[in-house]
Design a protein around this ligand. Sequence first.
Ligand code: NDP
Ligand code: GDR
Length: 344
Amino acid sequence: MSKRALITGITGQDGSYLAEHLLQQGYQVWGLTRGQANPRKDRVSRLIPELQFVSGDLMDQGSLVAAVDVVQPDEIYNLGAISFVPMSWQQAELVTEVNGTGVLRMLEAVRMVSGFGRSAGRDPSGQIRFYQASSSEMFGQVVESPQSELTSFHPRSPYGVAKAYGHYITQNYRESFGMYGVSGILFNHESPRRGAEFVTRKISLAVAQIKLGLQDKLALGNLDAVRDWGFAGDYVRAMHLMLSQDSPADYVIGTGRMHSVREAARIAFECVGLDWEQHVVVDPALVRPAEVETLCADCGKAREVLGWEQTVEFPELIQMMVESDLRMAGQTRDHGKLLTAASW
Ligand code: NDP
Ligand code: GDR
């Protein structure tokens, strides 16, 4: 019997890569989608025709119980979130509801559908395994570098605070009810499917359009911000590995290498033979109210226990994104349109 997985956030970057990975492993995969005519559902359904869908929203407890009950999954990957950090200052309550309380609603849905009582669910066999998409944003203002599973949190955005709640409530349900719940503390990961609002994709899209003469300038915020960037395709393998262990535990996933936004821009423009300094302008409006200046992963535990390794280095990742956007920019220009992130 093939295993059944339910993925929230199926229309996002990670959802699509994870679905492809699990299908390759022989799983049946359902994606949770919200809204009455979500165009991103059509896009992922065209990309992965084997996917099945169930409707639900992290804001709506009843819909999550119904979705888990219909799918009867062996594994749930809770990737759904409002994931763009700046939005969390503009709509803090909404982000808290989706990214924080939404995790509690998913855990409650698992508990209700599995019929967990006070003493039930202690037997690890037959449990629904639950993965929570935790984030390096929880570390925020870092007190030690690199950051491991033992590093304390000091989130710098309402997004990071909500993710910390999701992290702790998953840990608490594991300890309170014996649920198989794990959190992957993932550092930034990118791909040609990354949303256009995130800095690497914003850069690769702009580089493609500048190269084709469709745009001249690229406005960025803090060029000195440093991140540990990896490839999303590598990181979804880690999610699956985490849920494949005998005992539930949390893991940090990252590359252990740091690069600045300035460096990302330089490499991207170099890919097409252009000088970044001729095109990048700094817009102070894009600088965040409280910035996470630097992040770097210590993923020794994931390497040792999961045997996880990344396969794509940073310059290769940027090149992959620029080449993909160049191809798509060429095609959309031929149809008289500008390139957007919806083009994949
Ligand atoms: P995306 O922004 O690409 O995707 C977010 C997904 O969440 C979309 O499918 C969106 O669906 C869904 N979603 C938003 N609101 C709701 C809601 N109310 N109910 C159900 N689903 C909802 O994110 P990524 O794929 O990049 O990231 C996946 C997860 O991992 C997120 O939780 C993110 O916070 C976390 N994360 C990401 C990292 C990264 O570098 N990419 C690093 C660390 C953590 P819709 O189409 O309906 O809007
Ligand atoms: P981040 O990713 O906030 O780390 O969250 P993002 O790509 O948005 O920002 C990375 C860094 O780049 C700086 N920056 C800019 N960022 C954006 N978006 N646009 C700009 O023009 C710009 N200029 C400079 C930012 O200030 C920041 O320091 C991502 C998301 O995927 C989260 O959901 C996830 O939890 C974390 O990664 C880990």
